[in-house]
Design a binder for this molecule. Structure first.
Ligand code: ZN
Length: 131
């Protein structure tokens, strides 16, 4: 069975901490040990693990990506969101996280972030367990 986490981004570029939402799915499914697959079925969004304690880190990552991949450039893709497609490719659209003792095995400062690169939009993250 595949479960879905629904999020609604409010800005064009926004990282949403979904760690607790994933944790709730793990709890609801009663998974104590295994692997949690997280998959973002979108072409202009991504999913990453990085620091959740200091929100400045998210802004620094977003700014660095935007310096590397500007919104406006001479892109072939004329939809106006070519940068978001490239950022999605760099961030990646899936994660595998170990579940131990009913929890995601994350480091002290780590959180799971859904990465919006072309919001605001309704988005979803697929969650599947191997256990
Ligand atoms: Zn596009």
């Amino acid at each position: 069975m595949v479960k879905y986490i629904n999020v609604r981004s409010k800005a064009r570029i926004e990282f949403i901490d979904i760690t607790e939402m994933v944790q709730e799915v793990i709890k609801a499914e009663g998974v104590m040990k295994g692997i949690c697959f997280l998959y973002v079925p979108h072409t202009t969004a991504g999913i990453i693990i990085n620091e959740g304690a200091d929100p400045s880190v998210q802004r620094d990552i977003q700014n660095a990506l935007s310096r590397l991949i500007p919104h406006e450039m001479n892109y072939f893709h004329r939809e106006g969101n070519a940068d978001a497609h490239i950022k999605s490719t760099l961030a990646g659209t899936s994660l595998n996280v170990i579940i131990d003792e009913g929890k995601l095995l994350l480091g002290t400062w780590q959180s799971v972030f859904f990465c919006e690169f072309d919001g605001p939009r309704h988005r979803r993250i697929a969650v599947k367990f191997l256990h």
